[in-house]
Design a protein around this ligand. Structure first.
Ligand SMILES: Cc1cc2nc3c(=O)[nH]c(=O)nc-3n(C[C@H](O)[C@H](O)[C@H](O)COP(=O)(O)OP(=O)(O)OC[C@H]3O[C@@H](n4cnc5c(N)ncnc54)[C@H](O)[C@@H]3O)c2cc1C
Ligand code: FES
Length: 1201
């Protein structure tokens, strides 16, 4: 109490949440708002908090919630409240502008702003298209016809109907007001103090200096300066968002046009930094100080450096003004120094040096990152400022002065390329001069040792400088900078005109257009209608309850896993890296705490168990070693972080970390014969018939992390009579029930597992939730207290396992016309340490691979046991890999024969007879083989031949951009399982529907509701034996510019769709997840096998700026089949396979680039036989297109002159 009143004297914190007053006398300044909301307010999650602010089921949902629901933009719902709040923020900001009043029902937001509002938000379910549509529906400049499939209107209805059909957006209700009571509480200075940390808000330099001085006396105190974001100039504490606004304002003001250009470009570049919500709180000063002292790959430092900026710092009473370059080169700022401001000079000073008036100033900024907008740090950034003049006599261009800055390439801080600047200054710009300048760039931009992709980063530096200067060289012969208007110079001037005529598609917004074509199934009306997902408005408002939203019972403990960092080591002991037990930590639970009669089991499947905790010996890096228990999740996580496991490696065998080692040491799992795939035909006969052979070619496929938005969570509550109630985010509660019972040594009926909904799974919540729930149950059992966990992303990523990596070696024989006669594959599947579901993988891989008629198909598949985390089911497990392997082989055959891959695909399509031979009973009746018609429709509806021709033309006229097109099929062997369902009609006539599945975004309840309308009893769906398995077909055709600007046409056989809205959502979401696997996501390990891509900083799933610009999906309404559920077909997994088409189109584009290199004499004859790694990340693509392509090009040009 004494301490509290002391605090009260010093000051307290008063603030408002949703208008409600909160007053705190003590608060730990390190506590985040999220943590505060979740633990100390009735708003049980950020989602719930936001939701109650905008609306809910009691007071009515907000139009944002209703539109998200109606546009089918919420699947698992975990990301939806965040998306809604981002949109809401953008709407509020748009209202503050002086734009003209929009028409009723619209806002002042523009379409592009609406899309950008969610550019940094992640969604793993929807593929973003429906979310973008919901957001765009609020924009004043939206064309309603462009909005996708929704429940508000049917396509073709008149505009007025569409607008009035939307839930009303009332602009007058959207103004967020600062509560009046809070204004009265705001004081000039405030101090929060707690036992460990204090928070000061000085209101003058003097006060700040006094504080710095007082802390000086206090040895060992760590201080962090945090901006208050209220600056009016580019002061250090001005947020990036405010700085952008100010720069944009200044670029309209009275500065000379050169300065305006610089401000505009800097503002434009800053808009690509992080995400809007980070720019709203991140300060310019914080960014520069991180860039200066912490090697942070800042964009802001680089662009301000090229603009010749100055900084102002104070240290005690000493004020210093120095150039940004000097500042960056200094040792890190000490804790007594403060960065006050940064000044971008007026470009007039440069103009004064060349008063003749025939000089021009250019400024351009560059950035290469895995995502253009959505929260990805750059591989390299650059900014160039150049003052050039034109000689009237020689028709050449002279570089008068330049400032060239490069950063983020694996360097301590951004640098000025002084040698390059000196060389260029006073030189006429010619190709020969560019060649020399580029050599100097390569010698200057050298990434530090240990930086990933160093050659790629250097080549980017070269490319960017060439882009900047190349056009100045060209323009000398095309008139004085004619046509230069800041357009990327990588586009050849002449080619560009041709390209503009060729390319009818313009991409002004992130998602330029989409089309969904469906045919409603009337037979079982209302089943077949595109009904909105049940509960989607609840999800959007944040009211929907996930496991971690359940309030903690009294006396609850929180757990966090300590995992091993060594793959194969003796555990000598576990201790904490602190003198006493870390704050709040109460106990450690390990294998020693398994009760008598119980077993050390955390995961249990029919193939076998996996242990819960390592015992004396670890088996893989990432294996749970113990469970820290504490009084809060934060304390438990900090405790686990502070834990040190002592290992002993003496006299132990080396771990098995690769599939090759596993084979060498015979570390293999058995595959039960009953689920072994069957070979087809006689390989020796088939290969003998071949005209050509490719022998022992290799393919390598990596892993993928689920990246569900809701990490693994569980809450275990001890119940009477030795029972345990466990709330778990698991997809199969019955599995958790069995594992927990085995671990505790109690009968299964003593364990009750409850799952209401799951925030996304993609396979990761099938088996991998079991150890999480079991650890909580074990701890709860031991201490007879509730125990819960909400895993942090890092631990989740390390323990998750993910998709199965594979190495494939194949030999294929084929005729000269491309008809394949025989295929043999050696497939090594990395299963990790335990079986999990791995025995099912071979059948799945081969099942998808059989989509083509290989003549004879033979294989040897080994399931390798390695000292790595056990791999599990991930959406389309095995099928995804099998389908890709088939395409990679087809492409290799096409390359060998120098024909296009599409013709090789076509010639190897199954006839119904060969389909029957390869798929046996799954093949169904001849009429069910819809793939050939899908293939033909894809060609006609997507104008395949015209597009192919257009792309050929494009590639012929463009040196620096290449495009590719590809069309691939998919065949997916679906197995149905018996499933119970129950409908109860209660006394008042209300109905309860229970289904044998868990809702994790797939719209299960919505489909169940529709199916159950005509039922009145229990039912147990047992699939007809003859149609227990069936085939799903689909095809997709992307055309790609190898720069994310791709367009997709997609045709999918959904049988008779039960709910086309749900099926479309599944198809688009799966496809985008597949794009992540094939193009972006690298789930890698260190040399001990420990996952080292352990967060959003390194693991990049698609965001709205990396999805196809045009996404057209059509559902093929294929025939009636009473043996399937109301003639429907699965839609959740098969569409993922078709994302391989993006990879194939990229390969086609790379192939064009390589042909060009070959024509310049830079590649030998093998230029067409190359493999593209998966994922085909930017460094991989660039390397295949030629890291030194600019140098080669210039050499050719110089040689010709
Ligand atoms: C997901 C994510 C993505 C990002 N992507 C990018 C990107 O692509 N490009 C890019 O450039 N940046 C990026 N950032 C960085 C972002 O711009 C910075 O986080 C932000 O600018 C830092 O500002 P802050 O105010 O939060 O700094 P803080 O975290 O508050 O401060 C950082 C450090 O600077 C010190 N400090 C702060 N102000 C001063 C001052 N005035 N004087 C002396 N010391 C001071 C603090 O004590 C602290 O040590 C990203 C950040 C995140 C989280
Ligand atoms: S709906 Fe977006 S993550 Fe599930």
């Amino acid at each position: 109490m004494e301490e509290e009143s002391e605090m009260a004297k010093k000051g307290h914190l008063v603030f408002a949440v949703n208008g409600q007053r909160f007053e705190l006398f003590t608060v730990d300044p390190s506590m985040t708002l999220l943590e505060f909301l979740r633990t100390q307010t009735p708003f049980k999650s950020v989602k719930l908090g936001c939701g109650e602010g905008l609306g809910n089921s009691k007071v009515g949902f907000h139009s944002i919630h209703k539109r998200f629901s109606g546009f089918h933009a919420s699947q698992c719902g975990f990301c939806t409240p965040g998306m809604c709040m981002s949109l809401f923020g953008a709407l509020v900001n748009a209202e503050k502008t002086d734009r003209p009043e929009p028409s009723p029902g619209y806002s002042k937001l523009t379409v592009l702003e609406a899309e950008k509002a969610i550019a940094g938000n992640l969604c793993r379910c929807t593929g973003y298209r429906p979310i973008a549509d919901a957001c765009k529906s609020f924009a004043s400049d939206v064309d309603m016809e462009d909005l996708g499939f929704n429940s508000f209107w049917k396509k073709g209805e008149r505009h007025e109907v569409n607008i009035s059909g939307l839930p009303l957006y009332n602009r007058n209700h959207e103004i967020c007001t600062f509560p009046a009571f809070l204004k009265r509480e705001v004081k000039a200075s405030m101090l929060i103090d707690s036992k460990r940390c204090s928070w000061n808000q000085p209101s003058s330099f003097q006060e700040l200096q006094g504080l710095l001085k007082s802390y000086d006396a206090n040895n060992g105190v760590r201080m962090k300066l945090v901006g208050d974001h209220t600056g009016i100039e580019i002061g250090a504490s001005v947020t990036i968002s405010k700085a952008i606004e100010a720069l944009r304002e200044e670029s309209k003001g009275e500065f000379i046009s050169a300065s305006k250009l610089v401000f505009k470009k800097i503002a434009g570049h800053m808009e690509k930094v992080a995400a809007k919500f980070i720019r709203n709180i991140g300060s310019i000063g914080g960014n520069l100080v991180m860039a200066q002292g912490k090697h942070f790959p800042s964009d802001i430092a680089t662009i301000l450096l090229a603009a010749g900026s100055f900084v102002h710092i104070i240290n005690g009473v000493i004020h210093e003004k120095l150039t940004l370059e000097e500042f960056l080169e200094r040792p890190p700022l000490d804790s007594k120094s403060v960065l006050i401001s940064v000044r971008i000079p007026n470009c007039g000073s440069i103009k004064d040096v060349y008063p003749e008036g025939d000089s021009k100033l250019f400024f351009e900024t560059y950035r290469a990152a895995p995502r253009p907008l959505g929260n990805a740090l750059p591989y390299l950034n650059a900014a160039f400022l150049a003052e050039v003049s034109c000689s009237k006599s020689s028709n050449g261009i002279m570089m008068n002065s330049c400032q060239l800055a490069f950063g983020a390439f694996g360097t301590k801080h951004a640098i000025r390329a002084r040698k390059v600047e000196e060389f260029l200054t006073g030189n006429w710009l010619t190709n020969a001069v560019l060649c020399e300048a580029i050599k100097l760039v390569k010698a200057t931009v050298v990434p530090d040792d240990g930086t990933s992709d160093p050659a790629y980063r250097s080549s980017l530096a070269v490319g960017f400088l060439f882009d900047f200067l190349g056009q100045l060289v060209d323009s000398s012969s095309n008139g004085w900078l004619k046509g230069y208007s800041g357009i990327s110079m990588l586009e050849d001037v002449i080619s560009k005109e041709k390209y503009d005529n060729l390319d009818h598609v313009k991409y002004p917004t992130l998602l330029s257009s989409s089309k969904q074509v469906i045919e409603l199934n009337k037979e079982y009306h209302p089943i077949g209608e595109p009904i909105t997902k049940s509960g989607s408005a609840l999800q959007a408002s944040g009211e929907a309850v996930y496991v971690d939203d359940i309030p903690s019972p009294g006396n609850c403990l929180y757990g966090s896993f300590i995992y091993s960092t060594k793959p194969f080591a003796r555990i000598k002991g576990i201790r904490f890296n602190s003198k006493s037990l870390p704050d709040g930590v109460t106990a450690l639970v390990s294998f020693k705490d398994i009760p008598k009669g119980g077993q050390n089991i955390g995961l249990l499947l029919s193939f076998g168990p996996e242990r819960l905790f390592a015992d004396e010996l670890t088996q893989y890096a990432g294996e749970p070693v113990a469970f820290v228990l504490a009084d809060s999740q934060k304390h438990a996580d900090v405790g686990a972080k502070l834990a040190v496991v002592d290992y002993d490696l003496e006299n132990l065998e080396s771990p098995i970390l690769t599939v090759e080692e596993a084979v060498e040491r015979s570390s293999l799992f058995e595959i039960p014969p009953v689920i072994c795939p069957k070979q087809v035909g006689d390989f020796s006969k088939g290969i003998a018939e071949a005209d050509h052979k490719i022998l022992s070619a290799k393919i390598k496929l990596g892993s993928q992390y689920y990246f569900y938005m809701e990490n693994q969570t569980a809450l275990a509550v001890p119940d009477e009579d030795n029972c345990m109630v466990v709330y778990s985010s698991i997809q199969c509660p019955e599995y958790a029930q069995a594992a927990i019972a085995k671990c505790l040594g109690v009968p299964e009926h003593n364990v009750r597992v409850l799952t209401r909904r799951v925030g996304g799974g993609f396979g990761g919540k099938v088996t991998k939730s079991m150890p999480v729930a079991t650890a909580c149950a074990l701890a709860a059992h031991k201490y007879q207290r509730p125990v819960r966990i909400s895993m942090n992303r890092k631990t989740d990523m390390i323990m998750a396992g993910g998709r199965h990596p594979m190495k494939i070696t194949y030999s294929v024989g084929f005729k000269s016309n491309g008809k394949i006669t025989a295929l043999y594959l050696d497939i090594l599947i990395d299963a990790g340490i335990s079986l999990d579901i791995s025995p099912m993988m071979p059948k799945a891989v081969v099942g998808a691979l059989k989509k083509y008629n290989w003549g004879a198909l033979s294989f040897d598949i080994k399931l390798c046991k390695t000292n790595l985390s056990s791999k599990s089911a991930m959406r389309g497990p095995g099928d995804l890999q099998g389908s890709y392997i088939a395409e990679a082989i087809i492409e290799q055959v096409a390359s060998f024969l120098s024909v296009d891959a599409d013709s090789v695909r076509a010639i190897n399509f199954h006839t119904y007879d060969s389909l029957k031979l390869f798929y046996d009973v799954s093949a169904g009746d001849p009429l069910e083989y819809t793939l050939t018609s899908i293939w033909d429709k894809l060609a006609t509806s997507a104008c395949f031949n015209q597009r192919t021709q257009m792309i050929k033309e494009f590639n012929r006229y463009n040196i620096w951009k290449k495009r590719g097109i590809s069309r691939i099929p998919c065949v997916y062997d679906v197995s149905m399982r018996p499933t119970p369902g129950k409908v109860s009609i209660l006394h008042d006539g209300s109905i309860v529907v229970e289904v044998g599945g868990i809702e994790l975004g797939q719209g299960l309840w919505t489909k169940a509701y529709l199916e159950a309308v005509n039922l009145s009893v229990n039912s147990f769906f047992i699939p007809d034996f003859a149609s227990k398995q069936y085939l799903n077909y689909g095809g997709s055709r992307p055309s790609d510019r190898a720069n994310n600007n791709f367009e997709i046409r997609y045709l999918y056989d959904c049988g008779q769709s039960l709910n086309p809205a749900v099926d479309l959502g599944q198809i688009e979401g799966a496809f985008v997840q597949g794009i992540g696997f094939f193009m972006l996501e690298e789930y890698t390990t260190n040399s001990d096998g420990l996952i080292d891509t352990e967060g959003t900083r390194t693991y990049k799933i698609p965001t709205i700026d990396t999805i196809p610009k045009q996404l057209n999906v059509a559902l093929l309404h294929s025939g009636r089949n009473p043996k399937r559920v109301l003639s429907s077909k699965a839609s959740g997994e098969p569409p993922l396979l078709l994302a391989a088409s993006v990879h194939c189109a990229t390969k086609a584009a790379i192939s064009e680039a390589r042909k060009q290199l070959h024509s310049w004499g830079c590649l030998d004859g093998s230029h067409l036989t190359f493999q593209v790694g998966v994922p085909a990340t930017m460094p991989i693509v660039k390397e295949l297109c030629g890291l030194d392509v600019v140098e080669r090009y210039l050499q050719c040009k110089v040689g010709r002159n």
